[in-house]
Write a new protein. Sequence first.
Length: 118
Amino acid sequence: MTRTEETSRQQKSNAEQYRVAFGSMPWDQASPGVRHKVYEQDGRRLRLAEFTEEFVEAEWCVNGHIGYVLEGRIEIDFNENLVLLEAGDGLFIPEGEEHKHKARILTNRVRVILVEEL
C-alpha cells in the first residue's frame, strides 16, 4: 500500500467517528411498548426510539427532551394542554415540574430521534 493510500484509509477511518450507524445496532427493549438504539459520546446520548400502542406512561415525566419525529403520531399532555406531534415535527421540552408531561401513542408505531445530556 502506498503512503497516499494509507493516508486516505486513515482519513476514512477517522471520519467514521462522525457517523452513527443505527442500521447495524441491535434494538434494546427499554420497557413495554418502547425499544431503542443508543449511541453515547462526549456527555451526550443520541437515541433512536420506537414506541408502540403498548407504551403507557404511568407517572408524569419531568425530564427534558429534544428530538425529531420520524414516523407516526404522538400526543403530549402538558397538564391537560394537549400537543399533537407527527412525522416531520421537532420537539423541545424543557426539564422541570412546570413542563411535566405524558405521552400517548396515536398510531401503531412512533419513531423519534432524541438528543439527551448525560
